[in-house]
Design a protein around this ligand. Sequence first.
Ligand SMILES: Nc1ncnc2c1ncn2[C@@H]1O[C@H](COP(=O)(O)OP(=O)(O)O)[C@@H](O)[C@H]1O
Ligand SMILES: [Mg+2]
Length: 410
Amino acid sequence: MAEQPIRLLIVDDIQSTRDNLRKLLSFEEDIEVVGTAGDGKQGVEEAQRLHPDIVLTDVNMPVMDGIQLTEQLTQDLPASPVIIMSVQGERDYLRRAMQAGAREFLIKPFSHDELVAAIRRVYAMELKKGTFLTRTAEPPPLLTSGRSGPGEVFVVFSAKGGVGKSIIAANLAVALARETDAKVALVDLDLQFGDIGVMLNLNHSRSITDVVDAQDHLDAEVLDDILAVGPAGIRVLLAPVKPELADLVTPDHVRTVFAEVRKLCDFVVVDASSHLGESILQVMEMASKILVVTGLTIPSVKNARLTLGVLESLNIDPERVLLVVNRVDGYSDFNKEATEQYLRVPVTVQIPHDPKAVSDAWNQGKPFVETQPEAEISRAIRELVFRLVPQEQPALAGGDKKRRRGIFGR
Ligand SMILES: Nc1ncnc2c1ncn2[C@@H]1O[C@H](COP(=O)(O)OP(=O)(O)O)[C@@H](O)[C@H]1O
Ligand SMILES: [Mg+2]
């Protein structure tokens, strides 16, 4: 049996199948599901990012099917062998799957034991063949940041819930990582109702409450374990799993977290709650930019005005405050000009209202900058990256400028 668990990627277009397989395998100590994907194309992307030991894939899927996925992985990532799952009667698939390079073929419905045995068999076989030795070395885990000095902090805030802070913070962090060579962390400081874990489909049991437990011996290594690995290799500090645990996290803990995370990352994006408490205020003080998010509705703009007033009373340099208008469409109470006039602050970026891109991304558990890089909403996020890190010149017009492998992700 393997000392390290067998790292498995599951590819299936049906969410419930993915969930069931993940659940089924969660009882096996020697198997760890490191990722899931909803079609062959995503499967290839995830395999390239995660370098799993085994890819378990369905055959019939939209965009790219399991056979094409197998062909591509056999060619590009021979150290990630494929097991194909298909329903009985698809005999032709069996032949094609084997020709494509699949190592095993599971006929649905299969039992838990058959599944686990197939995974272990393929792994043992590949181990014998030395397949995994051909894998290029994994990038090192967290090291100190490439840039000098502590990482820059960008806080996403609004005094009103539901304006899009979490969506913007998550997409911004991923876009920063994709468009620059920087190490990026995303910290979910909505301690009671943090959404980042669900939004990015992060199956990770550790959160900021583990920082509380490790308070006295928190260092890079301990933190590396606590941080989840998100899209584009960003590292994510999740909010507590239950709202009642939020109170365990004191402003002192938050200060310790930021001191450590800033040593390790070039940029730290913070998703805040709508509450202006001591924790978030001290993070705002250390932030190089505070993104105040508002919708174009009357209550939202009113609250943005109150927020700007608080920041002013804290003597925060107005240069550090960026106004981001979200969900822009033709039906708003205000337009950009009226908002600027009322708030007496220029609008830095306008993010369009795009329910389709947003809900597709939610459903896939991925940020829209990855699922729909060409959409206007993704361009707006890249524009925000450019405002925050001007020298990086992200490709505003096109999709992805350069697709980096996770900088310090796996
Ligand atoms: N630009 C947008 N277009 C469409 N829907 C959006 C947009 N921004 C946010 N939403 C939706 O609005 C809801 C609230 O967003 P969220 O990021 O959770 O807000 P907050 O973190 O400020 O409470 C979510 O369901 C999100 O999907
Ligand atoms: Mg939120």
